[in-house]
Write a protein that binds this ligand. Structure first.
Ligand SMILES: Cc1cc2nc3c(=O)[nH]c(=O)nc-3n(C[C@H](O)[C@H](O)[C@H](O)COP(=O)(O)O)c2cc1C
Ligand SMILES: CCCCC(=O)C(=O)O
Length: 393
């Protein structure tokens, strides 16, 4: 960053304030956008179709406002909790995202190290650009593995075995991607992976074709069309259940009906998610689906939510509606793109600090005492999204 003249017009380099200082995740978005190739930025920022759900995930947060209580002792706000019975330092984890090396030479191992520094959960993606074993070695915080169920069931089975051996604590089965939705930004850009980036968890057969782009196509979509098992059903989930004693978490559930069915099969957790607006365009916002999912499952089944969380106040709203924790996706990649592990750590610790502040200012110093009466829902409220949505540009 360069020294600038301050508001009083002084230009003494030693006194000049850092006006470019990155404060919020949205500041990291702007800095990441300036740094990344357009096609990589678009792959990360974009959604499917008209991006209605991408915007909708964010807009849902603005329709909730707080009903703060006063004269409560908020001298200590406690943000530590447990997930699937294990302690985490904060109710904010890292959503599974493919190919962190698109934005940083080190990639996932840097992300995992940063999460460990703040005591946050990381969910590693099937399509990580570092092996799950490399991430496990870098981890000092809790790790779960996300699985796409592929047509070659042996691949899925071997990922399960490797996750068990490497010390992963849960398997997250993504159920909203029987096929990859059309993401027009990627199609326009002819998106493909740079030659030095590979799906490190998979064998060479899965590398074929990911690097040679074509106009009007995305090699990631082509790969998904070849390898994702679009015939995977509830019956097949029993097969996964029988494979392992690791807890299972389903990611991408948006209805009470599916939540009940999952809980009936003994699934330990659910992630309410629209896949960050990247799958079914027009799907209900994740935050709006959260209450019906929470109400449909017994309390032993832990419900998390992701999609559009950019502020500590967003985290508090999700927790008040019954989420045990939230996941953040894109903000983590912005932090990683701008400043590697240090950037990820800054993004996570900023969200934690904002959450603590929101708890203090709403008079709710304890996570286990949060209830929906903290919130006022204003369905007709206009959404002041323009200033807060630099990440979608
Ligand atoms: C670049 C990128 C890659 C993603 N890759 C995966 C993935 O491999 N598996 C998965 O289950 N979800 C994936 N997702 C979805 C995220 O896990 C998460 O649901 C979403 O990003 C949350 O929304 P947010 O980015 O607004 O926080 C990806 C999202 C992005 C932005
Ligand atoms: C086939 C999915 C690739 C990773 C992903 O889930 C995403 O880009 O959203």
């Amino acid at each position: 960053m360069t020294a600038r003249a301050d508001l009083a017009g002084r230009s003494d380099a030693t006194d000049a304030p850092e006006r470019d200082v990155l404060l919020s995740p949205q500041d990291y978005a702007a800095a990441a956008r300036a740094k990344l190739d357009r096609a990589v930025w678009d792959y990360i920022a974009g959604g499917s179709g008209d991006e209605v759900t991408l915007r909708g995930d964010r807009a849902a947060f603005d329709r909730y406002r707080f009903r703060p209580r006063v004269l409560v002792d908020v001298s200590h706000c406690e943000v530590s909790t447990t997930l699937l019975g294990r302690p985490v330092a904060l109710p904010i984890g890292i959503a599974p995202m493919a190919y962190h090396r698109l934005v940083d030479p080190e990639g996932e191992t840097a992300t995992v190290r940063a999460a460990g520094e703040v005591g946050a959960l990381t969910i590693a993606s099937t399509f990580a650009s570092r092996t799950l074993e490399e991430s496990a070695r870098a981890a000092t915080g809790p790790l779960w593995l996300q699985l796409y169920v592929l047509r070659e069931r042996k691949v899925t089975e071997s990922l399960v075995r490797r996750a068990e051996a490497a010390g992963y604590r849960a398997l997250v089965i993504t159920v909203d991607t029987p096929r990859m939705a059309r993401r027009e930004r990627d199609l326009r850009n002819g998106f493909s992976l740079p030659s030095h980036i590979r799906p490190a968890n998979l064998d060479d057969g899965h590398k074929a074709g990911l690097h040679s782009g074509r106009a009007g196509g995305s090699t990631l979509a082509d790969h998904a069309a070849r390898h994702h098992d679009a015939a995977f059903t509830w019956e097949d989930l029993a097969w996964l259940r029988s494979l392992t004693s690791l807890p299972l978490v389903l990611k991408g559930v948006l209805t009470a009906e599916d939540a009940r069915q999952a809980a009936g099969l003994g699934v330990e957790g659910l992630i309410v998610s629209t896949h960050g607006g990247r799958q079914l365009d027009g799907a209900v916002a994740a935050l709006d689906a959260l209450p019906e999912v929470v109400a449909a499952v017994p309390s032993e089944c832990e419900v998390l939510v992701d999609g559009g969380i950019r502020r500590g106040t967003d985290v508090l709203k999700a927790l008040a509606l019954g989420a045990r924790a939230v996941l953040v996706g894109r903000p983590v990649l912005w932090g990683l793109a701008v400043d590697g592990a240090a950037g990820v750590e800054r993004v996570l610790s900023t969200l934690r600090a904002e959450l603590e502040e929101a708890m203090a200012l709403t008079g709710r110093p304890r996570l286990d005492a949060l209830t929906p009466d903290l919130l006022h829902h204003s369905p007709g409220l206009a959404h002041p999204l323009t200033t807060n949505d630099r990440d979608m540009a």
